[in-house]
Design a protein around this ligand. Structure first.
Ligand code: MG
Length: 260
C-alpha cells in the first residue's frame, strides 16, 4: 500500500494511492480517516493525485542518517567502510517534500546529491531485538541526503553539512508492502544518470541498523532512517532537477534554487 500525505484547500490529510502513475486517468488518493500509525479506514472519498500538493509523507521527530554504508561510495570519497555504522542526525527542519524547491546553502560551494532508501518507523520502540524489527517498520520511501561536501570535509560534526534547511527531501509516499533487500536505486540530474545501485549492496542491513540505533535511543512513529548512498555522488548547481528513483516505490524530484 502506498500512503501519501498531501494538502488540498489548506487541509492536510493522508491518503492511499490507488492506480499506477502510468494509468491514463492517473492515480487517485483515497483519503484515510485518522493517520497511518494506527488502524485506519479508507473514507472512500477519492481525489485525483494531480489535484493535490504532495507533502513529505511523514513529519519525523528525528532523521537518523547512516554514513558510508555502501563500499563503493565509501571508496569514492577515500574512506574505509566502518565496522560500526556511522550515525548522524538531520533535524526535522531539514525535511522537505516531493517537488519542493531546495535552496542552495549560502555557506557551501559544493552541494552533493545522495540517493537513499528511507525506512519509516511505524511505532514507538527501543532496544528492538532482531526478530522484532519488521514490527516497527511502517514502510519505505525515497530520500535525498543532500550534503554540503566542502563543509563536511571542514567540520568534524556533520550537523551543518547535512542538516541545513531543505537537506532532506522525502517522498513521494510510503510504500508499506515491499521487500527492501534488493531494490534498484538511481539518481538522475537533469535526466542524466549519476547513481545506480542496489539496496542489496548495503554493508549494514536495515535490521542491523535498527538494532544498533535503538540500543541508544527511542524511535517514534514517523522517525526516518536513511540507509546510506551508493557510489556516484556528485555536485548540484542552481537550476538542476535532481530525481531519486527506487524500484517499487517511485521517484522523488526536487529542483535546486538560488537562496532568496
Ligand atoms: Mg548519505
Amino acid at each position: 500500500m502506498r500512503i501519501a500525505r498531501f494538502s488540498i484547500d489548506g487541509n492536510v490529510a493522508f491518503g492511499v494511492v490507488e492506480g499506477d502513475p502510468s494509468d491514463a486517468e492517473g492515480p487517485v488518493l483515497d483519503i484515510i480517516k485518522g493517520h497511518p500509525f494506527a488502524e485506519f479506514e479508507r473514507s472512500g472519498q477519492r481525489i485525483p493525485l494531480n489535484k493535490v500538493r504532495l507533502l513529505p509523507p511523514v513529519l519525523p521527530n528525528k532523521v537518523i542518517g547512516i554514513g558510508r554504508n555502501y563500499a563503493e561510495h565509501a571508496a569514492e570519497l577515500g574512506h574505509e567502510v566502518p565496522e560500526v555504522p556511522v550515525a548522524f542526525f538531520k533535524p526535522s527542519t531539514a525535511v522537505t517534500g516531493p517537488g519542493d524547491p531546495v535552496p542552495y546553502p549560502s555557506f557551501s560551494a559544493e552541494l552533493h546529491h545522495e540517493a537513499e532508501l528511507a525506512v519509516v518507523i511505524g511505532r514507538m520502540c527501543r532496544e528492538v531485538p532482531r526478530e522484532r524489527v519488521q514490527d516497527v517498520i511502517l514502510g519505505y520511501t525515497c530520500a535525498n541526503d543532500l550534503t554540503a561536501r566542502d563543509v563536511q570535509r571542514r567540520e568534524n560534526q556533520w550537523a551543518r553539512a547535512k542538516g541545513f534547511d531543505g537537506s532532506c527531501p522525502l517522498g513521494p509516499w510510503v510504500e508499506t508492502e515491499l521487500d527492501p533487500s534488493d531494490l534498484g536505486i538511481m539518481c538522475t540530474v537533469n535526466g542524466e544518470q549519476r547513481q545506480l545501485g542496489s539496496t542489496g549492496d548495503m554493508v549494514h542491513s536495515i535490521a542491523d541498523l535498527i538494532v544498533h540505533i535503538t540500543e541508544a535511543m527511542t524511535l517514534l512513529p514517523g522517525d526516518v532512517i536513511l540507509t546510506g548512498t551508493p557510489a556516484g555522488v556528485g555536485p548540484l548547481n542552481v537550476g538542476d532537477e535532481v530525481a531519486v528513483t527506487i524500484e517499487g516505490i517511485g521517484t522523488l524530484t526536487n529542483k535546486v534554487i538560488k537562496r532568496g
